[in-house]
Ligand binder design. Structure first.
Ligand code: NAP
Length: 430
């Protein structure tokens, strides 16, 4: 007789309801693929009477989600509530301690408490699975943990937040400013009412911290991720990027360097001809570079009911089929605590936009400020002439240390002919 895997679902919002729909729609297919019948036996949410577009008839309703952890009629707990603390953390902790497998889509929880929870999963010999937590429907966790496990990874980077990618794409296509496009995105449902987690880069940083651990077999270390969002990117930056052959993308980059691992999320200028530059709208993309496989690219929907629920159900199928992997690819006690490189030590090329009054000697002063910090300039472009109003000066540097660039820009900002704080966007060579 086919075994039954009994599932308890905490959170019946976008993702939770999506999971119920897949299990309902694809019962036979999932059974063929996993060797077990998947059955949702218990659910939990805040409001039992809310219409969720799915039937919860015959399922036990718990007002307190932690009851799923102790229900003997639940083998696998799905944590689809969200948040790095509170009920999500409590439920996962209790379920793992009770010897139940846990599947979650919660990147915030894993970025901050991933190692603590992975340790619990190992101690209790159960799975902690989270494919949906990074890049939604793209199976990047599986790719890193299994498909590419023969490789030493040198770099993993990607577009990890669909909201930011949508805004930057629209800014380029319409020439609009950030604030206006954000408002449109909120009206269309592509950005939250409070969009700060997305546009300030925190959501992408949570995902990057998880990817770093998977790629480099090192403990998740969210605190050392450098994070800068897209609020300060202007329509002018996007337009100058185009002239220079670049496109602006919010990327998360984790890279092995001689001194340790860089983990950074910030707007980047990327060559327009690269595959990642051509990933537009709400799509996500991840590129993994391994020593034997070379470069591999993964593109798809990073969020939304269907793609996210698809990843959650894939994790349930693995558990039902008895396929088990260490949470972050290697057991916690086999991880190496690799030092993290701070952003001041980052070495790269930079796009710089200055706003200066067009007076004799300005360019000489600017050049001197860069020369004093040992930064050489690849190109310099002055736009317009006006004795009254400030004009933009656009520079691209050769490779320079970030701390040196910051010093040069702070010197330039203090010049009497500077009209505004200089802006800078890192150029990423891909
Ligand atoms: N949405 C996406 O596209 C997406 C993509 C990737 C990852 N994720 C992650 O997936 C998780 C869920 O996201 P979502 O978009 O589905 O969120 P959501 O639509 O806001 O749903 C959250 C659900 O949690 C329930 N809930 C809240 N507090 C609860 C409590 N104390 N006890 C029990 N249930 C509680 C809510 O109940 P009520 O419905 O009764 O209010 C709701 O059903 C988050 O970790 C998110 O980061 C989401």
């Amino acid at each position: 007789m086919t075994k039954t895997i009994k599932i308890g679902v905490a959170g019946l919002g976008t993702v939770g309801a999506g999971v119920l729909k897949i299990i309902e729609a694809h019962g036979d297919l999932l059974e063929a693929r996993s060797g077990a019948r998947l059955k949702v036996t218990a659910v939990s949410g805040r409001d039992k009477n809310k219409d969720r577009g799915v039937s919860i008839d015959g399922m036990t309703w718990y007002a307190d989600a932690t009851a799923l952890a102790t229900d003997p009629n639940v083998d696998v707990v799905l944590e689809l509530v969200g948040g790095s603390e509170g009920i999500a953390r409590e439920l996962c902790t209790m379920a793992l301690k009770a010897g139940k497998h846990v599947v979650t889509a919660n990147k915030a929880l894993l970025a901050i408490h991933g190692i603590e929870l992975a340790t619990l999963a190992e101690a209790n010999n159960v799975s902690l699975a989270y494919e949906a937590a990074v890049a939604g429907g793209i199976p990047i966790v599986k790719a890193l943990r299994e498909g590419l496990s023969a490789n030493a990874i040198s770099r993993v980077y990607g577009i990890l937040n669909g909201t930011c990618n949508y805004i930057l794409t629209e800014m380029e296509e319409t020439g609009g400013e950030f604030e206006n496009i954000l408002k449109d995105a909120q009206e269309l449902g592509y950005a939250e009412a409070d969009p700060s987690f997305d546009i300030d880069g925190v959501d992408a940083a949570h995902k990057l911290a998880i990817l770093t651990s998977l790629a480099f077999a090192t403990p998740v270390d969210f605190d050392s991720v450098f994070v800068e969002g897209i609020r300060d990117v202007t329509a002018d930056d996007i337009s100058y990027a185009r002239e220079l052959g670049y496109r602006v993308k919010l990327l998360g980059v984790a890279r092995q360097t001689e001194n340790g691992i860089e983990q950074r999320v910030h707007p980047c200028m990327v060559d327009r001809k690269t595959s990642i530059a051509n990933v537009s709208g709400v799509n996500n993309a991840v590129v993994v570079e391994g020593d034997f496989v070379d470069s591999t690219v993964y593109v798809g929907r990073g969020a939304g009911e269907g793609p996210t629920a698809s990843a959650v159900v894939a994790d349930i199928i693995d558990i039902a089929a008895g396929r088990h992997s260490a949470t972050f690819g290697v057991p916690v006690d086999k991880m190496t605590d690799i030092p993290k490189v701070s952003i001041e030590d980052h070495v790269g090329c930079y796009y710089v936009c200055l706003s200066v009054y067009d007076r004799p000697g300005v360019i000489a002063d600017v050049s001197a400020a860069f020369r004093d910090e040992n930064i050489s300039i690849e190109s310099l472009l002055q736009r317009g002439r006006s004795t009254e109003e400030a004009v933009p000066v656009i520079l691209v540097t050769h490779e320079a240390k970030e701390s040196a660039l910051v010093k040069a820009l702070s010197k330039i900002e203090k010049f009497p002919h500077s009209a505004a704080k200089p802006r800078m966007i890192r150029i990423v060579s891909l």
